[in-house]
Unconditional design. Structure first.
Lengths: 188, 322
């Protein structure tokens, strides 16, 4: 059976330390001022009910991925587990996928001149049964990663216990990344 | 200074820039001018001697191949990796409008080039270095009994070219201004208007001896109708966005009211591109005399307007995301 990967981001546990972003940069050699992953922060609410609001910006690994359907050369493709990858050999850098992505997850790597994005660290880590680097580095365990087909996995248990928010769910892209929304503090 | 999570530049980039806007313009120009040439050929070409072409047909025959070839060159050069463009010819993803566009272009481009060779057969024969083409022309002429069918086919492929440039943008639901079925129709109508303007202008400049006032008048009447269709189409584009949820509505509001691009829309697209030609065409037609100055002014403003429309759609779409 194929894997049903899921990455959960718990906004209650995140402290905005940016360790995930730095680890990602190191792991993949992302050029300066470009990002596979950003965690944005905003102070929200009215005093005294204030709180930090966090937003993870990265590829959400859509099941119905617009970047894959618009790519003219199949450079954007899905593997057997439904993860979206980029075949750098056939990418012509037409930028169509960058425009098609509703999550703004893609950019052009200026060193290689090809389109790049988060790939769940598939090559270097997940395919070797390691966690994605952002998940393993997170000091507050705000990130969880695993296979939804394994019923004893942390992501399976958390997904069935918590109310999840799938980013831009109305677009019906069926992301593999979900958020555990902030419970306390500010009113949005 | 960047926020703590780093530079936002990558998220604010305009990825498709002037080259794409100009390509959309050139593809519209090419398909529009050949459609207009064919319309004149079918409806206004009274002479039975096929070697004496109406100036409008000659214009279309020159403009269509040259503009599409220039456009394609621009498209390839604009790729991040221009030398890898050949993958577009090897791999086809039929769910991608870009791949469909490649297929349409592969059908359309050779036919318009052959069309040009046929119309300018005599010029081709004059130059010895073009001798290999003469054989091609002779071979194509053997097919004269199918001429009408080939012309219809060319017209359909031209329609595909002008509409695919719209679908190319409208296929992306991440961009509210583009994600509308109105866009391809808007691009078809504006490319016909553009074809009329450029054909008339080229006709006046280069093929004055074969200009037929009747066909110019026929085209001006057609242009009037096309422009009168474009205005409600533009209105529909934005009205549709206002009813398509908060994100689209915000994008529409911003695109119509904020910054340089909103100004360009009202001044360039609506003012210069549509109202001014409407005015000149009405004056030109009303006076019942063939006034060359009106016709030239009309053509110039239409060309400017359509180019501005493509620029506006390409840039405002990427900037105002709602």
């Amino acid at each position: 059976m194929g894997k049903a990967y899921r990455l959960l981001y718990d906004e209650n546990a995140c402290i905005g330390c940016q360790a995930c972003s730095v680890a990602c940069r190191v792991e993949h050699g992302v050029p300066e001022d470009f990002f596979r992953l950003q965690v944005r922060m905003e102070l929200k609410g009215v005093f005294p009910r204030l709180g930090m609001s966090y937003e993870r910006m990265a590829c959400v690994m859509c099941e119905d991925a617009p970047c894959v359907s618009v790519c003219p050369t199949f450079a954007s493709f899905q593997d057997k587990d439904g993860l979206v990858h980029i075949d750098e050999r056939v990418c012509i850098t037409c930028k169509y996928c960058i425009l098609a992505c509703p999550y703004h997850a893609r950019f052009i790597n200026p060193l290689k001149n090809v389109v790049e994005k988060c790939d769940f660290c598939y090559e270097s880590r997940v395919s070797k049964a390691l966690l994605p680097v952002c998940v393993s580095i997170c000091p507050t365990e705000a990130l969880m990663f695993g296979d939804m087909n394994e019923h004893d996995s942390l992501v399976y248990e958390t997904s069935h216990k918590e109310a999840l928010i799938f980013p831009k769910a109305h677009l019906k892209t069926k992301p593999k990344v979900a958020f555990l929304p902030k419970r306390k503090g500010m009113k949005s | 200074m960047s926020p703590i999570w780093g530079s936002m530049a990558q998220y604010e980039m305009v990825h498709w820039s002037w080259a794409i806007a100009v390509y959309l313009f050139l593809a519209g120009l090419s398909s529009g001018s050949i459609m207009v040439a064919l319309l004149v050929k079918w409806n206004r070409h009274e002479r039975s001697n096929s070697s004496i072409w109406d100036a409008m047909i000659k214009s279309g025959a020159v403009v269509a191949p040259l503009s599409i070839l220039l456009g394609l060159l621009l498209l390839v050069v604009d790729l991040g990796r221009p030398l890898s463009f050949y993958w577009l010819l090897i791999r086809y993803n039929i769910t991608s409008v870009m791949s469909l566009g490649v297929l349409f272009l592969l059908l359309y481009t050779p036919i318009v080039i052959v069309f040009m060779l046929l119309v300018f057969e005599r010029s081709v024969m004059k130059y010895t270095f073009l001798a290999p083409l003469v054989a091609l022309i002779q071979a194509v002429k053997e097919l004269h009994s199918y001429a009408k069918i080939i012309e219809y086919f060319l017209f359909v492929t031209a329609l595909c070219i002008s509409s695919y440039t719209g679908f190319l943008l409208s296929a992306l639901y991440a961009i509210p201004l583009w994600n509308s079925p109105i866009l391809p129709i808007l691009f078809i109508t504006s490319s016909i208007s553009l074809g009329i303007a450029v054909n008339i202008l080229t006709g006046l400049l280069f093929f004055k001896s074969t200009i037929n006032e009747e066909s110019i008048k026929y085209l001006l009447v057609l242009d009037l109708r096309v422009i009168l269709t474009e205005l409600p189409l533009l209105a529909l584009l934005f009205i549709g966005m206002f009813y398509a949820g908060a994100e689209s509505a915000n994008a529409a509001k911003a695109a119509l009211s904020q910054g340089f691009w909103a100004g360009l829309f009202w001044f360039g697209v609506i003012g210069v591109g549509l109202c001014l030609p409407l005015l000149t065409v009405m004056i030109a037609l009303k006076s019942h005399v063939y006034r060359i100055s009106y016709v030239v002014i009309n053509s110039m403003v239409v060309i400017g307007g359509v180019l501005i429309l493509r620029y506006y759609i390409v840039y405002a779409g990427q900037i105002y995301l709602g």
